[in-house]
Design a protein around this ligand. Structure first.
Ligand SMILES: [Zn+2]
Length: 144
């Protein structure tokens, strides 16, 4: 845990995506996301989701692994003094095969079964935000 290795850097699923909305397009100054202006980050970097979402994902790690998504803790657990709370930085390792129908199933699973909000799903940086919305609308998860 902790460090990214060269194998991960070469992974073709490592398109840098916006940390907030998952968009991979740069703005005209090429410094931030074309949609919201936030910084882009590669796949192996931490997902900026809530602690609740992290805990939710971690408690379903086996199901997620079956769908081609491996959860990776990307920084050492930090224990705050006086509490047993731990802060976990979570990254997703996504199989290259995770495209089309599989990706759609995963997005629906996250939203419907795990009740992860749409904005949090975007921050997992699975694909373009428009595609996520399309998948959710198609399956009646979001109003059209
Ligand atoms: Zn963005």
């Amino acid at each position: 845990m902790g460090t990214m290795d060269t194998a991960k850097r070469r992974d073709s699923s490592n398109t840098p995506r916006c940390l907030m909305c998952g968009c991979s397009r740069l703005d005209e100054r090429a410094i931030g996301c074309a949609l919201c202006g936030m910084a882009l980050g590669p796949r192996w970097e931490e997902c900026y989701v809530s602690e609740e979402t992290k805990a939710n994902l971690l408690s379903h790690s086996e199901e997620l692994a079956r769908m081609g998504v491996t959860l990776e803790k990307v920084s050492p657990l930090r224990k705050d003094a006086g509490t047993t709370m731990t802060a976990i930085a979570l990254a997703l390792a996504v199989a290259d095969s995770l495209k089309g129908g599989v990706l759609r199933s995963l997005v629906i699973y996250l939203h419907r079964q795990l009740t992860i909000p749409r904005d949090e799903i975007l921050r997992l940086r699975l694909t373009e935000p428009e595609e996520i919305d399309e998948m959710l609308k198609e399956r009646g998860e979001l109003p059209k």
